[in-house]
Design a protein around this ligand. Structure first.
Ligand code: SAM
Length: 240
């Protein structure tokens, strides 16, 4: 099983997503262990304060070091007690880029407990990084919090766990990403169609139009279908 502990100020965001559809079923089937924790449960004051102003000035609030430290300590100890290696991963806009290769590594690391820290406001008190093993970004843009990045990690990892997607899953046929010196070479998935085989509509000029699913895909000839699908895969590049 793959193990995640998520530390967030907004546990409902994580719980709602992770109780839905494929991830929800994977959780119920115990293919993945996702424990969601409210950072406020590691506060000691009456207002359960998790943030404060930045020393030296600057806009916005920062997540305080003490609750984060306590969360990391408690969840790391719990991991070790379960025989798992704790790995603290902070969601950070300037971190290392998360990609499919990392998702594959995480999906096969069943002896690790990933402790994902979701930042908010202006991020974390810098002293927290002393206890962080890895800083991950999901891309070159700034979000309001680390909840979406954490969910992206959980989602992309969980769907790779054997048995989560069932028989319909074929890794070879999915879009693949091959990083090289200049960027990422992308081999797209082939176009796919479902019923109806013939779709009629009237376009904006009032002309009747028809779109038909390619004959070969309806032929039942699996060899020809596989060849056609391979031929139709798109090639593109993502520049870094
Ligand atoms: C408003 S952001 C803070 C941005 C920070 N002041 C900076 O300049 O990098 C709040 C939190 O959202 C998360 N976050 C925002 N963009 C992200 C990204 N592209 N990848 C991963 N996490 C991100 C981080 O957890 C961050 O602490």
């Amino acid at each position: 099983m793959v193990h995640f502990d998520i530390v967030t100020v907004f546990p409902d965001i994580i719980e709602n997503y992770c109780n839905t559809s494929i991830i929800g079923r994977a959780r119920k089937a115990e293919k993945v262990n996702i424990s969601v924790h409210d950072l406020r449960s590691w506060t000691a004051d009456k207002h359960r304060t998790v943030d404060d102003r930045v020393f030296g000035g600057g806009a916005g609030m920062l997540l305080k070091v003490a609750p984060l430290y306590k969360a990391i300590q408690a969840l790391s100890e719990k991991s070790v007690a379960k025989g798992l290696t704790p790995r603290v991963v902070a969601t950070v806009a300037s971190g290392e880029l998360f990609n499919q290769h990392k998702a594959e590594l995480m999906a096969s690391s069943t002896d690790v407990n990933y402790i994902l820290l979701c930042g908010h406001y202006e991020g974390f008190d810098a002293r927290v990084y002393e206890w962080v093993h890895e800083e991950l970004t999901i891309g070159p843009y700034i979000l309001t919090g680390g909840e979406l990045p954490a969910l992206i990690v959980i989602d992309s990892v969980t769907r790779l766990i054997p048995g989560v997607l069932g028989n319909s899953f074929s890794a070879q046929e999915e879009t693949t990403f091959m990083p090289d010196q200049d960027g990422i070479a992308v081999l797209g998935e082939h176009p796919q169609f479902t019923s109806p085989a013939v779709f009629n509509f009237v376009d904006n000029n009032g002309t009747e139009q028809t779109r038909v699913v390619p004959e070969v895909l309806r032929s039942g000839n699996h060899k020809k279908i596989a060849e056609e699908n391979q031929k139709q895969r798109s090639k593109s590049r993502l520049a870094l």
